[in-house]
Design a binder for this molecule. Structure first.
Ligand code: ACO
Length: 424
């Protein structure tokens, strides 16, 4: 085992170096404080590994993403979302009979408890569906208490009911009646029907929409220790139940620097279009540093070359638009913005490239999914990843509650004098 040496205050300390199966190395500092009295300081965790994990591998320099060792390009081309859920959560590909059983169990749990429908009634018409989703996930724990015996079933319930919860939140925002699940349909097909069907009218799932949604769900399914997944682990580390941990992850995903960026991209492109469609003018605003405007859907903490998910989605966008016969000027505008940014020194020097959110929103839009639902779509795809990480941590006997340290920079001890302002 290799080691690293830390010399501090004239004393030498040896720290072990752990090496992952793909050659990543990390200095183990868990005992650092005990040995030296020091802590590490890394706001934003750019250089901090919070755990070891066997779920997803990313090499940001080479643009590599693998689920359980399988390259994302192959998974995206050959798998269905249900199989990816199984793969991520249970660590291996299911045998055909196991997959059939898994699919069957998942479709048996799509209905919501009728009492849950009452929650929807309390929201104002303009309620953001992410607010509804976060609340509904926490509420599920009151209907399906978690024990060692119910956990497996609860995982199936989450994967099955999440799409019903999401579609109902959309129907609520439209003031339309809820459409109940139809379990002979695929996961994406069932969701699309609950979103777009209206009572007393036939609805046929469009195969292009179904396969586009399958692709989007797969590409969002996991991405190792990002903000929302780290949130799942943080909350789960206190032994909070799975529903509560997922509700927290949904909140973390909502922010515009994370999953909320897909909504941000469309709002940004619409604003550029409304301002005459001048990419150069917009990029100057991004670069001037004064406006705090960011090019949404660009940049990533880990990918410094390209995001393989964005490459797949850009290709898929053209195909989906052609097959659906949709002509959206925002797609052309997005391509022009991307082209201009990739040639611009500001973005080149900072190694900023399109991320998964740059093209996903444009595809959702072509599918008829409203902008406010985009981050919900991301959450639906990310559920198996969040569950896999929560389970991995739960099954790790060495796991402890997450409790970082800080370096205090506030006032030193001072007297709280009696100013006679005390009120009872
Ligand atoms: N537009 C303009 N400038 C940017 C952008 C951007 N999208 N992203 C980073 N930069 C600049 C920063 O201003 C900074 O410049 P400086 O060195 O002159 O100060 C430099 O690039 C490094 O940026 P950081 O913010 O330090 O990078 P970090 O790794 O902390 O942030 C993040 C990554 C949040 C994704 C960032 O690139 C960003 O805000 N992107 C836009 C939002 C977005 O698309 N989020 C989705 C990410 S993917 C996902 O979560 C699914």
């Amino acid at each position: 085992m290799s080691t690293a040496k830390l010399i501090y205050d004239g004393k030498e300390h040896e720290l072990s170096v752990i090496e992952g199966t793909e050659g990543e190395r990390g200095i183990e500092v868990a005992k650092l404080r005990q040995q030296t009295g020091l802590v590490t300081l890394d706001p934003g965790y750019s250089s901090t590994g919070s755990c070891t994990s066997a779920i997803t591998f990313i090499d940001g320099e080479k643009g590599i993403l693998r689920y359980r060792g399988y390259p994302i390009e192959q998974v995206a081309e050959r798998a269905r979302f249900t199989e990816v859920c199984y793969l991520l959560i249970y660590g291996r590909r299911p045998e055909p009979n196991e997959l059939a059983e898994f699919r069957e169990s998942m479709t048996r749990h799509t209905l919501l408890h009728e009492d849950m429908k009452k929650f929807y009634e309390g929201y104002p018409p303009g309620a953001h569906p992410m607010a509804i989703m976060a609340a509904m996930f926490a509420s599920l724990s009151s209907f399906y208490p978690e024990t060692d015996e119910t956990l497996e079933l609860n995982i199936l319930r989450i994967l099955a009911k999440s799409k019903t919860l999401a579609a109902f939140s959309y129907k609520k925002s439209m003031g339309q009646p809820f459409i109940y699940p139809r379990n002979d349909l695929s996961w994406p097909g069932n969701f699309l029907r609950m979103m777009f069907a209206v009572p007393a009218e036939e609805y046929e799932v469009h195969p292009v929409l179904e396969s586009a949604l399958n692709l989007l769900l797969i590409l969002h399914a996991d991405h190792e220790q990002n903000c929302s997944t780290s949130t799942v682990r943080m909350v789960g580390s206190s032994q909070a139940n799975l529903f509560a941990s997922l509700s927290a992850a949904i909140c973390a995903l909502w922010g515009p620097l994370h999953g909320g960026a897909n909504q941000g991209v469309i709002e940004m492109l619409e604003a550029v279009q409304a301002d005459g469609g001048d990419c150069g003018k917009f990029l100057s605003q991004v670069k001037d540093g004064k406006s705090r405007v960011r090019l949404m859907g660009f940049g990533h903490r880990v990918y410094k070359n390209f995001d393989p998910r964005a490459t797949l989605l850009k290709r898929a966008a053209d195909q989906i638009f052609n097959e659906l016969g949709v002509n959206d000027p925002l797609l052309e505008l997005a391509k022009s913005v991307e082209e201009a940014a990739l040639k611009d020194n500001y973005f080149v020097e900072r190694r900023l490239y399109p991320n998964v959110d740059f093209y996903s929103g444009i595809i959702y839009r072509a599918m008829g999914i409203p902008t406010e639902m985009f981050t919900v779509m991301f959450a639906l795809g990310r559920l198996p990843g969040w569950i896999a990480h929560w389970m991995e941590q739960r099954n790790d006997e060495s796991s402890r509650i997450h409790r970082p340290r800080q370096i205090y920079m506030g006032e030193q001890k001072r007297e709280f004098s009696d100013q006679g302002t005390k009120v009872l």
